[in-house]
Design a protein around this ligand. Structure first.
Ligand code: ADP
Ligand code: ADP
Length: 225
């Protein structure tokens, strides 16, 4: 389990500053929801935490190490996006295995990890199917499976459920909460959906125009005037 420290980070795209200065500390093993309207900088912040985007000034530390000091594969971070970006020509098994194959992990270990993730996500019976033969919820589970097999200490979710219908979204929220309990990893979940934030988070961080507007447990925020 890794803690995350965001230390006075600013972010500009050209002359446009989208994050004017943000500091935040997230406890190891916590489930934090970043909540805020579209365009407030949630995805940008998440990508900077993942090391996919550079900070303009400031620094982000994961388990005490500056994210940019480690190679991406050594950061212990996995990200799940809204668009599943599965490989359409590959089976579910190979979609989950691919990243590990590229990293030249021994085949037996890949197999063990894929089967374990598939069992957790109830995908065992679908390993030989192609993404087009799956439901939306199953596809999103494959995308989550691709993250799980890497055994990350930090999971970053960028509105992963927004393409799903309401019933499925509810079900996946419960599954993600169970996944958090089971893996004990530090998780950050980005959404503009207040219900999602209330039901999933142990800490909610409300962002507005790149600034932290409020932070606290769901009930604390809910009870505030
Ligand atoms: P959110 O995830 O909260 O919807 P984003 O982090 O995607 O917000 O975007 C924050 C702001 O930064 C928006 O105004 C957006 O237009 C801008 N932005 C995001 N990515 C880029 C980029 N690559 N180049 C220029 N502006 C960007
Ligand atoms: P090879 O190419 O060496 O014959 P395979 O890719 O067929 O090896 O399979 C190696 C291992 O990966 C097998 O033990 C199998 O369990 C697993 N595997 C590969 N593809 C699939 C798949 N589509 N469904 C289930 N298991 C698979």
């Amino acid at each position: 389990m890794f803690d995350i420290k965001i230390d006075n980070v600013t972010k500009s795209y050209g002359a446009t500053q989208v994050i004017p200065g943000l500091s935040l500390e997230l406890a190891a093993g916590s489930f934090t929801v970043l909540l805020g309207p579209s365009g407030c900088g949630k995805s940008t912040l998440l990508r900077m935490i993942a090391g996919l985007e550079e900070v303009t000034t400031g620094a982000i530390f994961i388990d005490g190490a500056d994210v940019t000091d480690n190679e991406p594969s050594e950061r212990g971070i996995a990200m799940v996006f809204q668009s599943y970006a599965l490989y359409p020509h590959m089976t579910v098994y190979n979609n989950m295995a691919y990243g590990l194959q590229i990293a030249r992990m021994p085949k037996a270990e890949i197999d063990e990890r894929v089967r374990k993730a598939a069992a957790i996500l109830q995908l065992t019976d679908y390993l030989k199917r192609k993404p087009a033969e799956l439901s939306g919820g199953q596809r999103q589970r494959v995308a989550i499976g691709r993250a799980i097999v890497r055994d990350p200490k930090v999971f970053l979710f960028d509105e992963p459920l927004s393409n799903l219908d309401a019933a499925l979204r509810n079900q996946m929220r419960i599954e993600l909460a169970q996944l958090h309990a089971r893996l004990g990893a530090t998780m950050i979940y980005v959404t503009h959906d207040q219900v999602e934030a209330m039901t999933m988070a142990d800490t909610i961080v409300v962002l507005n125009k790149g600034c932290v507007e409020q932070t606290g447990a769901p009930l604390d925020l809910y009870n505030k005037p």
